[in-house]
Design a protein around this ligand. Structure first.
Ligand SMILES: CC(C)(COP(=O)(O)OP(=O)(O)OC[C@H]1O[C@@H](n2cnc3c(N)ncnc32)[C@H](O)[C@@H]1OP(=O)(O)O)[C@@H](O)C(=O)NCCC(=O)NCCS
Length: 217
């Protein structure tokens, strides 16, 4: 069974909610996208998920267990989302996005179509990923390609990632960076345009609480 505020929350046809799913008030689950009928696309939200108020999940999403959203989250159609994923308040995930297990997207982030977020990566607040090099070009919709953020990579607050770049495994992108090229695994990049400033193994803890902030060999 699942719990929801049945007065204000709308659940469309062909929605499967796992055991213990909690839906806040004024949520919409299984909203058909333009050109699709109610119930045409299966929508699945895994057990133990917590969907907070004013979240909209379009139809065709297949979402794993223990998914959680903050308030006012938008999840467009036909995404594949793993287990233990959280999406912070007022973030937007567009359509055809692939999100692995254990991914955390902080508040007010924008994840455009055809982005890939691999297992365990972390997207900071106000981060913007992009997918069109030349917006409004007549061919723009045919070449949309979002970034790929590899396993365990972390994107600092307010960073912008250009289309079709790859952020390597466990890399760290500094706050406010504009990343225009691929980033190697384990690199720390910062600035506009972002440049390598060190390796994660060179990071120190400003509070002397730990020898290495990320103890990754
Ligand atoms: C990138 C980061 C990890 C580097 O931390 P650090 O190792 O302590 O960096 P340092 O202080 O050694 O800085 C090295 C150089 O990079 C510059 N730099 C560091 N972070 C920068 C950033 N975000 N943008 C531009 N330049 C930056 C420093 O000014 C310094 O330049 P200098 O050598 O000319 O003096 C850190 O600054 C950062 O941005 N962390 C992410 C914070 C964040 O967004 N957290 C989200 C939590 S909600």
């Amino acid at each position: 069974m699942y719990e929801h505020d049945s007065i204000t929350t709308r659940i469309f046809a062909n929605v499967e909610l796992g055991d213990g799913v909690q839906l806040g008030s004024s949520c919409v689950i299984g909203q058909p996208p333009r050109g699709k009928q109610d119930g045409e696309l299966l929508t699945r939200v895994g057990s133990g998920s917590v969907i907070r108020s004013h979240t909209v999940v379009y139809a065709g999403n297949v979402i794993g267990e223990r998914f959680s959203t903050g308030h006012g989250v938008m999840i467009r159609e036909e995404n594949r989302i793993g287990d233990d994923v959280s999406v912070g308040s007022h973030s937007i995930v567009e359509h055809h996005v692939s999100i692995g297990n254990g991914v955390r997207i902080h508040s007010q982030a924008f994840i455009p179509e055809y982005s890939v977020l691999e297992d365990g990566c972390w997207i900071g607040p106000n981060v913007v990923l992009t997918n069109a090099y030349h917006p409004m070009c007549p061919k723009a919709k045919e070449c949309l390609k979002g970034p790929t953020v590899r396993r365990g990579a972390k994107i600092g607050a307010n960073a912008t990632l250009l289309p079709d770049i790859t952020i390597g495994e466990d890399a760290l992108v500094g706050a406010g960076s504009v990343v225009v090229d691929d980033v190697a695994a384990g690199a720390v990049v910062a600035g506009n345009p972002a440049r390598v400033i060190k390796d994660i193994s060179d990071l120190g803890c400003p509070y002397y609480m730990i020898d290495r902030p990320y103890d990754i060999d």
